[in-house]
Design a protein around this ligand. Structure first.
Ligand SMILES: Nc1ncnc2c1ncn2[C@@H]1O[C@H](COP(=O)(O)OP(=O)(O)OP(=O)(O)O)[C@@H](O)[C@H]1O
Ligand SMILES: [Mg+2]
Length: 262
């Protein structure tokens, strides 16, 4: 067995939900301080990949490593401890509805550290300030727009100063200015705090702004992986179709005929 040296590695991962095989021999690695962007159609398994890395889902087969830890073999307690080094921004933000913004952001600190309330408050203020949400500290999630929730979720993902941050559609539903602010924040986190990130997204502008490496997920596997400029020039027909947003090509082949014939 080779010793893994990557920040994250997925080796021959299969993920099956009932009859449906979502990932099928999926392999990928991420190096420290890289900003990897994973693209793929809706339902292709992007969120699944992030949940597997976080260890909240177990694969049907294959191994997943975070640094020297084999996530797929860790017992619950050890997994909880390792997870402190990862921050996750969920696709639908996943804030607790009964708790204020500030209290949502404080949660990982309360649960996983022995910091005093004053120390926690200071960190919460700092992270909310970072995402431009300091004035909303006392509000409840239901009082926020989707974009505001995303920013609070990002602040919460950062409170434990993670080494790896997993971002599920971080700019979906945000206006272009706020989307750029979030993108720049992700970039500055890797530049200044040496955070490694994996972002899954449909948003092409954002993907190419953030990514230092791009990967395309299709039919359970990574079918193309390259630095942004090279990725844009990919001759793979799936990648070309995805980037151009064309209806012509292998994606949806057959199913569009069914739609247009209706
Ligand atoms: N817990 C689960 N139980 C059963 N099926 C699931 C589960 N989680 C995901 N799936 C299925 O796995 C497939 C991939 O889902 P996933 O959420 O990873 O897609 P995605 O690429 O993130 O899509 P989107 O771009 O719409 O967010 C879908 O067909 C989904 O229905
Ligand atoms: Mg998803």
């Amino acid at each position: 067995m080779t010793t893994p040296t990557h920040m994250v590695e997925l080796r021959d991962v299969c993920m099956q939900f009932d009859e449906k095989k979502v990932l099928d021999g999926f392999s990928l690695h991420v190096e420290p301080q890289e900003r990897l962007v994973v693209m793929g159609q809706s339902g292709s398994g992007k969120s699944t990949i992030l949940r597997l890395i976080l260890g909240t889902l177990r694969p049907s087969a294959g191994s997943i490593f975070f640094k020297q830890f084999e996530i797929t073999r860790l017992q619950r307690r050890k997994l909880q401890a390792v997870r402190q080094y990862m921050g996750m921004v969920y696709q639908y933000s996943a804030l607790l509805s009964s708790r204020s913004v500030g209290s949502n952001v404080a949660l990982p600190l309360e649960e996983l550290t022995d910091k005093s309330p004053d120390e926690i408050d200071k960190i919460v203020d700092e992270k909310l300030d970072l995402v431009g949400m300091k004035d909303s500290k006392e509000l409840l999630p239901e009082e926020l727009s989707g974009g505001m929730k995303k920013r609070v979720a990002l602040a919460r993902a950062l409170v434990l100063e993670p080494e790896l941050i997993l971002l599920d559609e971080p700019s979906a539903g945000l206006d272009p200015v706020i989307a750029s602010v979030i993108d720049e924040l992700i970039i500055s986190l890797s530049d200044t705090a040496k955070v490694t990130s994996i972002t899954v997204t449909h948003e092409m502008d954002s993907a190419f702004r953030i990514g230092t490496r791009m990967a395309m997920l299709y039919q359970g596997k990574i079918i193309e992986e390259a630095e942004p400029e090279k990725f844009k020039q990919s001759e793979n027909p799936v990648v070309a179709q995805f980037l151009s947003g064309s209806t012509e090509g292998p994606i949806l082949e057959g199913s569009l005929d069914a739609i247009t014939k209706k």
